[in-house]
Ligand binder design. Structure first.
Ligand SMILES: Cc1cc2nc3c(=O)[nH]c(=O)nc-3n(C[C@H](O)[C@H](O)[C@H](O)COP(=O)(O)OP(=O)(O)OC[C@H]3O[C@@H](n4cnc5c(N)ncnc54)[C@H](O)[C@@H]3O)c2cc1C
Length: 403
């Protein structure tokens, strides 16, 4: 294997590990540098969409996810008082996908699965406790500076992909703008073994609650139920995470659930941002390093996994078919980050927090009408499952019957 067929990946999150796995399967030599000594075990992404599952099926990643996750055929829009407003069943799009469902699986289970697979693959080296601190992007190579056990280390690389998350050092070292905004409110994420179906009739495993104050999502993941609630930005995290505060928020929404039953809790800032350039010379960006979005719709990691598949094709063509189309990556993926992911997640967010009574009633009627109309439901599901996005950018082939 020549040095040319090597890719260095910064960050062993789910996007970096997926890209590493896809490239290693094709015989590319991989070095992954991760700043922490262990993989992150955080409760962020849990939804994997039908389009993503189709896209990753050939690699075996989908099988690994399904073995670890829960198949959720439908999702609901609800009100805390109104109950179920509308439900959308992925069976309607089974002509367009081999996976007509959402899969709920914690993102750290995907990372853990890929990490253990990668450890046994030839030409893969994973360097933990290596935090990137700077890079020099030369015309013939990239010079990377890491801190390892407190000591500076220089590594040279032919190609680099920064998958080092929202605060990406790779992106900052390239001097790129991360255009967009941060929402005024933060979100509180709670996880509990308490079965939410004891409190809500006819609850799906994936639910979006519309409410001017307590707009929320409530999801089943393999071990827990998870929900999110908005938080005022000026509320200190330690107050938001206190039992007293959590009990005060739960009392009016789920009276038979209390802080003593909460096993996982976290506060997150939420952003809609996209980097101005996805590639500068020999350095590419993917996943949260390139785009951030609010989690209403569960699309951030899915979009990052689509980036990883796109890059794996581009590197494969370059290394093994002598075709160089590096510029296509940004064209293919940046448009989708803005027009699929940001568009969809912002629409969800606006709808869920609608505060005008008349507008809420109109919105509920629109959801009910959508559920009742099969053709419109199919179009809607093709967007929410990200299949339309993958057809549009060419990562999945659009079947003739869908033309
Ligand atoms: C509450 C919440 C819920 C969410 N739910 C969903 C969902 O259901 N579906 C969905 O698709 N998305 C969801 N997301 C988004 C999803 O969590 C992210 O998109 C995903 O984690 C991005 O993966 P990544 O690998 O790009 O980055 P990360 O997961 O952030 O991983 C980056 C890695 O890089 C490492 N790193 C950082 N800096 C350096 C450095 N200098 N040197 C070396 N290594 C470094 C980090 O330690 C980390 O291991 C959610 C987000 C939140 C906050």
């Amino acid at each position: 294997m020549s040095h040319k067929e090597e890719v260095v990946i910064i960050g062993a999150g789910p996007v970096g590990l997926t890209l590493a796995y896809l490239l290693a399967q094709r015989g590319v030599s991989i070095k992954i540098f991760e700043k922490n000594t262990q993989l992150q075990k955080d409760y962020r992404a849990s939804t994997f969409h039908a389009g993503t599952l189709d896209l990753l099926a050939d690699s075996g990643i989908t099988k690994g996810l399904i073995e670890r996750g829960i198949v959720c055929p439908d999702f609901q829009y609800r009100g805390w008082k109104e109950g179920r407003i509308a439900q959308f069943d992925h069976a309607l799009i089974s002509a367009y996908t081999s996976h007509p469902f959402r899969l709920q699986c914690e993102q750290f289970k995907l990372s853990d699965f890929l990490y253990h697979e990668l450890m046994h693959m030839p030409h893969v080296h994973i360097f933990m406790d290596h935090g990137l601190t700077d890079l020099q992007n030369h015309s013939d190579e990239v010079e990377l500076e890491f801190i390892h056990s407190g000591v500076k280390k220089i590594v040279k690389a032919p190609w680099v992909v920064g998958t080092d998350g929202g605060k990406s050092t790779t992106r900052k070292s390239l001097g790129l703008e991360f255009s967009g905004f941060t929402y005024e409110e933060k979100i509180l994420v709670l996880g509990t073994p308490f079965d939410m179906r004891n409190s809500f009739e006819d609850l799906s495993f994936v639910n979006y609650f519309s409410d001017p104050v307590n707009y929320a999502h409530m999801l089943k993941i393999p071990d827990l139920w998870r929900m999110s609630l908005p938080l005022p930005n000026d509320l200190e995290d330690k107050v938001a995470l206190s039992n007293a505060y959590i009990d005060s928020r739960l009392a009016s929404l789920i009276p038979n659930l209390s802080s003593s039953q909460i096993e996982v809790k976290g506060v997150y800032h939420v952003h809609q941002r996209v980097v101005d350039r996805y590639r500068v010379g020999r350095v590419f960006l993917a996943g949260d390093a390139a785009h951030l979005n609010n989690p209403k719709g569960g699309m951030g990691l899915n979009g990052g996994l689509h980036d990883a598949v796109s890059l794996s094709h581009i590197f494969q063509d370059y290394f093994f078919a002598d075709r160089e189309h590096f510029d296509d990556y940004e064209k293919q993926r940046r448009y989708e980050a803005i027009n699929a992911i940001h568009h969809q997640t912002q629409n969800n967010y606006n709808a869920l927090k609608e505060s005008d009574d008349q507008a809420r009633e109109t919105l509920f009627n629109r959801w009910r009408a959508l559920e009742a109309n099969e053709k419109e439901s199919i179009d809607f599901l093709l967007n929410t499952s990200m299949i339309n996005s993958l057809w549009r950018c060419g990562l999945l082939e659009k079947p003739a019957k869908a033309l």
